[in-house]
Every structure is written in structure tokens, then in C-alpha cells.
Design a protein around this ligand. Structure first.
Ligand code: F6R
Length: 593
């Protein structure tokens, strides 16, 4: 939820940390700060996005080669500069940044206040600095104090901590990501690999309840009780350019444009062992949130097409009492397919952990190497879409769907080579759609005059409509709802007023064209403004604005039809002067429940 970074080496820490923070700003951007250790610990922190803070403060005035930084997505305490991280103890000698939530915050804060600690912020984070400081009075060294403080807190955390006088940084994680970047005479802590890809591609992934220390020369990992753990770095093939805009105005449009290539990466993915596991199950339970949930709905439809039954449950609803369906039906014969771009979504992970307690086996579908989901799953398939920096999911969604369709096809004993051939064709279709971007831009000019939107589709086009509506609301802050087209007449039609745009997603192979035409006529009769996205002339004739889709392999229509909707949301955000990469109130990786 927040982005955290630590650096130790020979370079100017403030600049290295600043650059790294910009690469993880998608994790949170209501305030930010950097601390650098020299003869004392110096901190600059303020409210706003990094670009705004940089205009007010000179980060490079912080001299030193050991530093840490944070970009915040507020949980405990309002958005103000006192609550921004880093936080220190009263002496200013212990300084830290934190991602997560300390659940026994209130009890600990009261205890610390009784012990004389004076709090300057409303955050849960600050108490950790005071707690370490108190522990330091009892412990034999700083590491011991850090570990015993960690043992006293409940909840989720990743921390980076510095202590005046030590040429080291300390880190720890529980239910919140933290990785070590291994460089030459320099080491990094970061929430995510894109933070430091321009410095290293060798990473050590800290696991649950692990702590670590880094010096210029190396790293040491230990359990929270202090036992040493040895782990070699993993080399990743993500390049620094992948995490840069490379001339595009925004990451979102870069990532949309990359899809003709990212979809081809799926061709190298082996889904056979996951398919074997899936075939053995008596019950398939699919878990995901947000955009990944829409991929899950498409997967369910595809499985059904091959005769496999499954359920899709939103991560946060999985074990919610009373009467959670899953609590009744998940058992050792269940295979859970958990889908998460980040692999760190707390709601999805907690559902996975719940299913595990019932004996279920887990297949994880994630885009992030070394993520919690990849480690906790029995079988993991990487989507291979490359780093996705924009907060809204685009290329990760289309790769998820392609992988899930491949998985379903392999389970059903379909010819994988034929499927792969269709993915190659799909790549050309995506390219063709993107080349007609100007047409979408023109449609967006008309639509950005409106404030409410309907998205409708039948069959697989319904989850696509849901994805289109989600993209639009996330980055334009306009109201959009998606409906199964046939459902309009059962209620939502009463909302239709003269001129309300209805975006119709209508591949002619998905369901009967005449039925979607009936839905369009129902809307037309109530004065709606119809925008058609279809390969069917009969459908498009009924529409006020039209986007003609190229021919597409039927199997992959859901993917192809998502592209114009991504472009539409992007262009509308630009027309409305909204930042598509950093929508208000959202963060890319939602590591709190
Ligand atoms: C939508 C979006 C979110 C995520 C959701 C799940 O554009 O980005 O709705 O899809 O938070 O995230 P992951 O897939 O990382 O579990």
C-alpha cells in the first residue's frame, strides 16, 4: 500500500532513494519523505505527490550514503506532514519507514505513553520507533532491540530502519512485501523490484516473519528470533526500461500499447503441472479482487464451456461470516485458483490462507516474481506481462485471461498448439485495435461531456463490460455501471435518461446478435446515446457512435474487446485532466484487508 525504499552504498543516498521512490509511487502518493544518515539523521517529508514535494524541498541537500524513503497511502492518521514517514523516536537516533497496519496499536501506544514517550503523529508507525528505543535500553545491541520490538507488534508490516552510528539498515516483513536488491558495493531494500531495477536485477525475497540487515558489502537474513537464514539472490529478466515511461506520456498508455507483445509472452508459459492439479480436483474455487476478479469470471465461463464447474468469490468475501459458502464447501478435494497481478493483495491472500486451513491446494496466477502468492501457492503460473506501474491494471489483465484460457484448454485436453496459434493472431488483432486509437480518442471527446455511463454485454462480454466500467470510474471519477445486457429490463432501465451513454460490447459470436440488438433498442427507445464496439454491422447500425472491431479468434474476443475500453478510459481521463497513473484514493498493491 505504501512504497518503501532503503539504500546503502557509495552514492548520494537522497538521489538514489528519490529515484527509487518515483518507481514505487504507484503504491501510494498522498505524502512522501526521505531520511539520510550522516552525523545525524536528516529528514525531509511533506504532503503531496513526489513531484509536488520536489518543487518545495531540495532532497539533494541531504548529504550521506545511507538513506531510506517512503511514499504513503494513509491508513492510520490523516494526510499531513506530521503523519508522513519517516518517523523517529524522541532522540531522533532511530528512524523508520513502514508499510502495513499495526493492529495492537492502541494498547501499545497507551503503554508507551505511560512509559513517558511523546508521540508527534497519529500513525501506528511512530510507536515502533519508540518501542525499539525502549527495547534498546534492555537489549545487548540494536538488532536485538529491533527483533524484540517486532515480536511485540501484531498485524502486517514491512519496515526499513536506520540507527544513528551504524553503517547498516535493518528490515523486516510480515504480510507485506520487502525485497533486498543486491548490487556491487551497494544494497537496497524495496517494496517492489521496479524501485531499483536501474541498479540491479539480483533480488532476495524476504519471506514471512523474516528480518534482515544490509551493509554496503552484503546482507544477512534471520528469523524474528534471530536464527540465521541463508538465501541466494534470484536474477530476474525485467529490464530497467520496462519500469520507465520510454517517451509515453503515462505508464497506462505505455502498458496498453505493450499488449500486442506482452500477450505473446504467454506463449512461453507452461501450464501443464497446474492443469494436472486442477483436473484432480472435485471442486474449483476461484478467488480474486478488482480487475483480477473480472479475469476470474471469464475463467469460470471458459471452464464451464469445457464442462468444468467452478465458483468465483471476491477475496474479501471468501471467509466472511456469517454463512460463508466457502467455509462449507472448501475441503481437501478443492483446488483454489487465486489470481492477483501483484500477488500481494491482502484480501486474496487471506482467502488463500483460509482455503489452505481447509486442506485445499492452491494454484497462484501472478505477475510478480517472488510475491507472497507465488510462494504460498502449491503451483504458480507467472503471467509474464512485465512490470505494471500504472495503478490501473491493463496488460496484466489481458495476460491473466490468456493464461487462464490456456489452463482451461489444457485441462480439457485441447490442442495447445492451436491455442497458441490463436494467441499469435490475437496479438495482431490487438495491434490493429491500437492502430485505430484516434477513433477511440474521437469517441472519448464526445463521452467526456457526460457523467453517467452504462456498459452492457452478454456472455463473456459481460465481464468485459465490468472491466470497461471499472477502468472508467477508477481514472475519470465518473459514475459507470456494467450490466448483463438482458438484465437491463429487470431494473436498471429505470435509470436511463435522455442522452445517457450506453457502451455496448458486442462481438457477434458471443451470444445472439439479435438479443443484444433488442437490448440496444430498449435503450434507444428511452433516448440513450449508444456507443457500439462490435464486429457486427447489424449491431453498429443501431448505434450513435461506432467502433468497428477487426476479426478476432472467437476464443480470445474478451481480450480483444477490452483494449478499446482501456483506451477509452485513458483518453477520457486525459480530456478531464486527471492523472491516469495515480487515481485519487487508490494504490496499486492493496496489502491491507
Ligand atoms: C483495477 C485495479 C484493481 C486491482 C485489484 C486486485 O485497475 O488495479 O482493481 O485489480 O486491487 O489487485 P491484484 O490483481 O494485484 O490482486
Amino acid at each position: 500500500m505504501c512504497g518503501i525504499v532503503g539504500y546503502i552504498g557509495n552514492k548520494k543516498a537522497s538521489l538514489v532513494v528519490l529515484e527509487a521512490l518515483k518507481n514505487v509511487e504507484y503504491r501510494g502518493y498522498d505524502s512522501a519523505g526521505i531520511a539520510v544518515l550522516n552525523s545525524s539523521i536528516q529528514i525531509i517529508k511533506d504532503v503531496g505527490k513526489l513531484a509536488e514535494i520536489e518543487k518545495k524541498h531540495n532532497f539533494s541537500s541531504l548529504e550521506g550514503t545511507i538513506g531510506m524513503g517512503h511514499t504513503r497511502w494513509a491508513t492510520h492518521g490523516g494526510v499531513n506532514s506530521m503523519n508522513a514517514h519517516p518517523h523517529t523516536d524522541e532522540s531522533g537516533e532511530i528512524c523508520l519507514v513502514h508499510n502495513g497496519i499495526i493492529e495492537n496499536f492502541q494498547t501499545l501506544r497507551e503503554k508507551l505513553q505511560k512509559a513517558g514517550c511523546k508521540f508527534r503523529s497519529e500513525t501506528d508507525t511512530e510507536l515502533m520507533a519508540h518501542l525499539i528505543s525502549l527495547e534498546l535500553k534492555k537489549a545487548k545491541d540494536f538488532k536485538g532491540a529491533f527483533l524484540s520490538a517486532l515480536q511485540k507488534i501484531e498485524g502486517s508490516f514491512s519496515f526499513v530502519v536506520m540507527h544513528k552510528g551504524e553503517q547498516k539498515l535493518y528490515g523486516a516483513r510480515k504480510s507485506s512485501p520487502l525485497i533486498i536488491g543486491v548490487g556491487k558495493n551497494e544494497m537496497f531494500f524495496a517494496s517492489d523490484m521496479p524501485a531499483v531495477l536501474s541498479h540491479t536485477r539480483d533480488f532476495v525475497f524476504l519471506q514471512e516473519n523474516e528480518a534482515a540487515e544490509i551493509t554496503k558489502e552484503g546482507y544477512e537474513i534471520y528469523s524474528l528470533s534471530g536464527a540465521k537464514i541463508s538465501r541466494a539472490p534470484t536474477h530476474v529478466d525485467w529490464t530497467p526500461q520496462m519500469a520507465q515511461k520510454e517517451g509515453y506520456a503515462h505508464f497506462m498508455i505505455k502498458e496498453i500499447s505493450e499488449q500486442q507483445n506482452s500477450i505473446r509472452n504467454v506463449l512461453a508459459t507452461d501450464v501443464t503441472s497446474a492443469a494436472k492439479l486442477l483436473k484432480k480436483s472435485k471442486y474449483i474455487s476461484i478467488i480474486a479482487c478488482g480487475t483480477s476478479y473480472h479475469a476470474a469470471l471469464l475463467f469460470k465461463l471458459r471452464l464451464a464451456n469445457y464442462g468444468f464447474r467452478s465458483d468465483v468469490v471476491i477475496g474479501s468475501e471468501y471467509s466472511t461470516p456469517p454463512g460463508s459458502l466457502q467455509a462449507q464447501v472448501v475441503d481437501k478435494n478443492t483446488v483454489v485458483v487465486a489470481i492477483s497481478q501483484s500477488g500481494e493483495t491482502a484480501d486474496t491472500l487471506s482467502a488463500v490462507r483460509f482455503a489452505k486451513t481447509k486442506g485445499a491446494r492452491i494454484i497462484g496466477i501472478t505477475n510478480v516474481i517472488g510475491s507472497s502468492l507465488s510462494r504460498e501457492a502449491d503451483s504458480c503460473i507467472y503471467t509474464g506481462a512485465g512490470p505494471e506501474i500504472s495503478v490501473v491494471a491493463t496488460k496484466s489483465f489481458t495476460s491473466q485471461v490468456a493464461i487462464l484460457y490456456m489452463l482451461a484448454a489444457v485441462c480439457a485436453g485441447e490442442n495447445i498448439n492451436e491455442i497458441k496459434e490463436k494467441i499469435r493472431d490475437l496479438s495482431a488483432v490487438i495491434e490493429a485495435v491500437i492502430s485505430k486509437d484516434k477513433e477511440i480518442n474521437d469517441i472519448s471527446a464526445e463521452l467526456s461531456k457526460h457523467e453517467d455511463f452504462f456498459f452492457i454485454g452478454r456472455g463473456a462480454a459481460h465481464p468485459v463490460a465490468m472491466e470497461g466500467a471499472l477502468k472508467l470510474k477508477e481514472i475519470t471519477y465518473l459514475h459507470a455501471e456494467a450490466y448483463a445486457a438482458g438484465e437491463l429490463k429487470h431494473g436498471p432501465l429505470s435509470l436511463l435518461e435522455e442522452g445517457i451513454p450506453v457502451i455496448v460490447i458486442a462481438p457477434q459470436n458471443a451470444g445472439n446478435v439479435f438479443k443484444i440488438i433488442s437490448s440496444i433498442k430498449e435503450c434507444n427507445a428511452r433516448g440513450a446515446f449508444i456507443v457500439g464496439i462490435s464486429d457486427s454491422d447489424a449491431v453498429l447500425e443501431e448505434c450513435n457512435l461506432k467502433f468497428k472491431m477487426p476479426d478476432c479468434p472467437t476464443l480470445f474476443e474478451a481480450i480483444a474487446y477490452t483494449i478499446p475500453l482501456q483506451l477509452l478510459a485513458y483518453h477520457m481521463a486525459i480530456k478531464l485532466d486527471k492523472d491516469p497513473d495515480k487515481p485519487r484514493n487508490l494504490a496499486k498493491s492493496v496489502t491491507v484487508e
